[in-house]
Design a protein around this ligand. Structure first.
Ligand code: SFD
Ligand code: AMP
Length: 619
């Protein structure tokens, strides 16, 4: 155990993760809780942390209600369609009705927004997306959080949630360590908002060896958003809905601006439009969903994957036409320079000028997220005015653990939030957390010193494992008594890849594979008791790995439970290749018992609230 000190804090609102949702939560908590003590704890530094660290080139969720471009109802229909019918419409609607006000604040705070010269409105990239010069997006929203919080703690990784000892199933704070000083940090808090981002690197990435670490979703997104609530016994939903993205090859540059603004299109190696070739086959699998517009993201992936498997790859993005227009050429390059510099570097290094060469596309390894064209995450209460009883238990965005809230990638069921919707959801969660405190729901919390001390021992154990185990090193880094975080990570990725439907099996899995995967994940979990960390940075890697592994177990349990292929192109259940609306037009919900570590699964109804509301109004 290190000789570092323990730092205690007591607060009202504790925000875990200062990314998009976390900065939104910190900002809004101050608006409603003028006299409350608000703390944000961040693994990196909020000025450049999370998925938006490098910047973004678009805000992908903006209604434009002031100009009647879209209404929240339209966005619910869009997300429902894209997710093959299965979303929490109450959460999506609630986010959509508030997201424009968030974007207007970003504008006021100095985020450079592109304007349409003719209309004076925000420049549209697509129906939902507006274009920004967003290299400094993250520092701008971080400033708002910094001005709102009593204190921002950077470089602290939160590893566990504290639980109240007077009332079962009520949160009492969180603990973590500073990866620079090694100090142990205890935050006793009346409410906790988990906003710790999604999970990359749980499935084996395409980029290994020299390219290791290159992924589309931020490589530092390590699934704490899921592991923290799962370990505390919170229910999770749609964890099987991992996302696969069509991306530019090797740099993982996003395609949205290209498809939507540059109007580029894809073709196979022979210059053919391959998507229509797979229409009949896809219809066999999913029925009329293939006729929906826009074509759901997973079904576009499906055609891509099938075409490559049938031997007609690589798939190219046709850029040569659009890039003849100097304006579009600039947009094409700037899109990457402000968001994914690596893609521009890959092109430069491979002599690819998209004006003369159509670049290759690929499908990514799967990621776990709650904010893109996917909706894995915590099962939370919706807003009181629209949520049906199954979706409502008192406080908006509160998980099934009292006082524990979620936002952004943490929250399941509400897809297509992106950066602006995640910030908005953080605001919604914070408003509800303040209400929870005001209504005295956090009274008489007790978190004993013993609980905190016990976690301290658990957290620093990897340092002891290393200190003792290194004496037995037989050569290089090989020791019989501990494994390093990178060894554990690669083992996890191999299990998830081969058994749970990763890239090397073209996203295919089945019951036998999943059961075997669960067994291997159990053994890995056992072995992670012996993970060794040689310094505080490796200690962070060890805890990231543990969080990824718990997230993976949950993903695998969900994938086993849903006996259908709901999202071909994201993953396939080879033993149930068809979409089955009769039995599976529902949300899957899991809970892991913190005492036994066993998961139980249930189905929850999907309510098509928006169109039901309209039907009622019409009748
Ligand atoms: O087009 C702990 N995203 C895009 N959104 C857009 O609106 N427009 C775009 O153009 C987007 N594109 C895009 C996007 C993401 C990436 C990586 C690229 C391109 C290359 C998606 C959004 O970025 C995403 O939806 C939101 O950022 C999600 O917000 P949030 O808050 O749920 O996650 P976060 O921002 O990653 O923040 C998480 C924070 O938590 C910290 N953290 N802190 C303490 N303890 C722990 N244990 C922690 N674990 C994590 C993280 O450090 C981070 O700060 S396009 O391609 O889609
Ligand atoms: P991406 O760059 O792929 O993350 O996508 C950015 C935004 O554009 C998201 O809102 C996507 O859903 C949307 N998008 C990307 N490609 C397409 C497409 N081919 N058709 C419709 N929408 C798309």
């Amino acid at each position: 155990m290190p000789k570092s000190k323990t730092v205690y804090e007591e607060c009202d609102v504790l925000v875990v993760g200062g990314g998009m949702a976390g900065t939104g939560a910190t900002f809004e908590a101050r608006h409603w809780g003028r006299d409350l003590k608000i703390i944000c704890v961040e693994k990196a530094n909020i000025d450049r942390s999370g998925a938006v660290a490098q910047g973004l080139y678009a805000i992908n969720c903006y209604m434009g209600m002031q100009w009647n471009e879209n209404q929240p109802e339209d966005h619910v229909r869009y997300a429902r369609n894209d997710l093959m019918g299965l979303v929490r419409e109450d959460l999506g609607y609630d986010m959509a009705r508030h997201v424009d006000s968030t974007v207007h604040m970003f504008d006021e705070w100095g985020l450079p927004m592109m304007k349409n010269k003719e209309t004076g409105r925000y420049q549209r990239e697509g129906k939902w997306q507006i274009m920004i010069h967003g290299e400094s997006y993250k520092p701008i929203v971080a400033e708002a959080a910094k001005k709102s919080a009593d204190k921002i703690y950077n470089r602290i990784m939160v590893t566990h949630l504290l639980m109240d000892e007077t009332k079962e199933n009520r949160v009492g704070g969180a603990v973590g360590f500073n990866m620079r000083t090694g100090d142990y940090h205890v935050f006793r808090s009346k409410t906790v908002i988990v906003a710790a981002g999604g999970a990359s690197h749980i499935f084996k990435p395409r980029a290994v060896g020299e390219g290791m670490g290159r992924t589309w979703y931020a490589p530092w997104s390590n699934g704490s958003a899921y592991a923290l609530p799962i370990a505390a016994g919170a229910k999770m939903t749609q964890m099987e809905n991992r996302i696969v993205l069509c991306r530019f090859k090797d740099g993982y540059g996003p395609v949205g601006a290209y498809f939507l603004h540059l109007k580029t299109y894809t073709q196979n190696a022979n210059g053919e439009n391959y998507e229509k070739k797979w229409y009949n086959q896809t219809k066999e699998l999913v029925g009329e969903y293939i006729d929906h517009h826009p074509t759901p993201t997973c079904l576009r992936n499906h055609a891509f994957v099938q075409e490559v498997m049938s031997g007609n790859g690589p798939i190219h993005m046709v850029t040569k036409e659009a890039f003849q227009d100097p304006h579009l050429e600039t947009v094409g390059w700037e899109n990457f320079l402000g968001m994914t510099v690596g893609q521009a570097v890959v092109w430069a290094s491979q002599n690819i000028d998209p004006k003369y060469t159509n670049p290759e596309l690929t499908t990514s390894e799967p990621y776990v997220m709650g904010s893109h064209a996917t909706c894995s995450g915590a099962w939370v209460s919706g807003p009181e005015d629209i949520s049906p009883p199954e979706y409502f238990w008192g406080y908006n965005r509160m998980t099934t653990v009292e006082g524990l809230f979620g936002a952004g990638d943490t929250v399941g069921g509400s897809a297509h939030k992106f950066s602006s919707g995640s910030f908005t959801e953080g605001r919604l969660a914070a408003k509800a957390a303040v209400k929870y405190i005001e209504e005295q729901k956090a009274k008489d919390l007790k978190v004993s010193d013993k609980q905190c001390e016990d976690f301290r021992e658990v957290i620093y154990k990897p340092l002891d494992n290393y200190t003792i185990g290194r004496n037995e090193i037989t050569g290089g880094t090989v020791s019989p008594s501990y494994i390093s975080p990178i060894q554990g990570l690669q083992r996890l990725q191999k299990i998830m890849d081969e058994y749970v439907g990763g890239i090397s099996v073209n996203y295919m899995t089945n019951e036998n594979l999943l059961k075997k995967g669960l067994e291997l994940l159990d053994w890995l979990t056992e072995d992670l008791e012996n993970v060794g960390a040689e310094d505080y940075h490796q200690l962070m890697r060890a805890w990231e790995l543990k969080h990824r592994t718990l997230t993976s177990q949950c993903v695998t349990e969900h994938t086993l439970f849903r006996k259908e292929t709901r999202w071909p192109g994201y993953y396939y259940r080879g033993d149930y290749m068809k979409l089955d609306d009769e039995n599976w037009h529902c949300l899957t919900v899991s809970r892991r018992d913190p005492k036994t570590g066993k998961f139980t699964m249930e189905k929850q109804p999907v309510y098509h609230i928006i169109d039901e509301k309209e039907k009622k109004q019409a009748s």
